[in-house]
Design a protein around this ligand. Structure first.
Ligand code: HEC
Length: 166
């Protein structure tokens, strides 16, 4: 999770017991939820050409914090592998996180999560769709390329963030 969900997790949901968790899942998904989808990494040669180009941008701009294999780094940054933001059908949140970053999170007991910088200036209009395809196909369990112009439209239309990363 990120943003407003951090305090929710930290102060509340991490303490749920199994029956309460199950009850909440039933409330949200109904009595017959879809089967859980296990996410495995997709090898490079199974990715689209766009996604393969995007890997280069990932290595250049993101891997320093999120790690080459997407496993994240303790006390530095969360994992990309299996990350919910990559799995969503709508790429809007992913595009905005990349462009605008996320503010620092403060927890009880002097724990914190450092901010993620906004990286809009490091990724051209051609690079961003490639990168988003790489993340979604490689670790998000989604297939197919997004339309380049749709990603560019999302980028252009993004309203200002309520909680800026700086
Ligand atoms: C300087 C380190 C740093 C770099 C570089 C960086 N990130 Fe992050 N990223 C973070 C941190 C730290 C968080 C968690 C921030 C928070 O939630 O407060 C994060 C969070 C995210 C999230 C949200 C994860 C979630 O749980 O939903 C995504 C998606 C993401 N980063 C993608 C990227 C991509 C793609 C790049 C490269 C374009 C990138 N990041 C570059 C540090 C970094």
């Amino acid at each position: 999770m990120f943003n407003e969900m951090f305090p929710v997790f930290h102060n509340s949901t991490q303490g749920l017991n199994d029956p309460d968790l199950a009850a909440m899942a039933t409330f949200l998904l109904g009595d017959q939820p879809p089967a859980a989808k296990v996410q495995t990494d997709v090898p490079l040669d199974k990715l689209s050409t766009s996604a393969q180009r995007g890997r280069q941008d990932y290595l250049n701009v993101c891997a320093g914090c999120h790690a080459v294999g997407g496993e994240g780094k303790p006390h530095i940054a969360v994992a990309m592998r299996g990350n919910t933001t990559l799995r969503l059908e709508d790429p809007r949140n992913l595009v905005r996180v990349i462009d605008e970053g996320i503010g620092e999170q403060k927890f009880a007991g002097f724990e914190n999560m450092q901010p993620m910088p906004g990286l809009a200036e490091k990724l051209s209009h051609e690079q961003l769709p490639d990168l988003v395809d790489y993340l979604r196909q490689g670790w998000g369990g989604r297939s197919g390329d997004l339309a380049v112009k749709d990603v560019q439209t999302l980028r252009a239309d993004a309203p200002p963030l309520e909680h800026k990363a700086h």
